[in-house]
Design a binder for this molecule. Structure first.
Ligand code: AMP
Length: 252
């Protein structure tokens, strides 16, 4: 496994190497089995796989949230080595954002609802970093988790809108045994908050309307950001204390 800490080194390497089928999994690190499932999928599908680890400041509308975002680079690298990832990119913020974030990708519709409503600018930050990374890595396939379904849809539509020659592939949500969707943020929960968090998915899965689900979540001590239904899926974001959790599932 080769780890690139300098973007310039990767760009040089990429210029000198052609790949028939290069798979790419962008992440913000603090890797768990959800991330690893996407990476395994890429390893199975593609000749070579690139994973990036970069906590993207532009997608955090709350600076406190950015500062407390979990970081575990050494353990992450070990996990990636254990599953035989080919290349890891740990790019420098100063090089990625040499333009000081003056140039952005802005979506004006889907990015304004659900998570976009309470997190202004979040998806602009996500789409901008991904546009940069797609040009930097030049993969043929990129993998995204259904856990962040709105993000997956926005990326797929961006790739179409800008005629990028790239397949966007989705992968199902990996959950803890009690149903909680795996997330790097789960490690910020205290033991009692973690216990409560397990009821989020259970309540969301009830065969009731979204208003009932919203009330149930509140009764169980969640601060509800939204419960909405789109594209035959139910989406929700809640907070427990200062930790924000999101989930979504298919509904009939
Ligand atoms: P993040 O590091 O949170 O930016 O996530 C990187 C990628 O992993 C995104 O495509 C996420 O949707 C995906 N991902 C995160 N958690 C899960 C999960 N529990 N199951 C499947 N994919 C996930």
């Amino acid at each position: 496994m080769k780890v690139f800490y300098k973007l310039d080194e990767w760009l040089n390497f990429r210029k000198k190497n052609e790949f028939d089928l290069l798979g790419f999994v962008p992440t913000m690190g603090a890797l768990h089995a959800g991330h690893l499932s996407l990476i395994q999928k890429s390893i199975l599908d593609c000749n070579k796989t690139v994973v990036s680890i970069f906590v993207n400041p532009a997608q955090f509308n709350d600076p406190k949230d950015f500062l407390k975002y979990p970081k575990s680079l050494e353990t992450d690298l070990k996990k990636l080595k254990d599953i035989n990832v080919d290349y890891v990119l740990v790019p420098e913020n100063s090089v990625l954002y040499a333009d000081d974030y003056k140039y952005k990708v802005i979506e004006t519709s889907l990015s304004k609802v659900l998570c976009g409503k309470n997190r202004p600018g979040h998806f602009d930050g996500v789409l901008t970093i991904l546009m940069k990374l797609f040009h930097i890595v030049k993969p043929q396939k990129a993998y995204f988790g259904e856990k962040d379904y709105q993000q997956f849809l926005l990326v797929k539509e961006m790739v179409k809108a800008f005629f990028l020659d790239l397949d966007i592939i989705s992968s199902s949500t990996i959950r803890e045994e009690d149903g909680l969707a795996m997330s790097s943020r789960n490690q910020l929960l205290s033991p009692s908050e973690r216990e409560k968090a397990a009821t989020f998915h259970k309540i969301l899965s009830q065969n009731r309307d979204k208003h009932h689900i919203n009330e149930e979540l509140q009764k169980n001590g969640f601060k509800v950001d939204y419960v909405e239904e789109f594209f035959s899926r139910r989406f929700s974001a809640v907070s427990i204390g200062s930790v924000r959790l999101i989930d979504n599932l298919e509904i009939s």
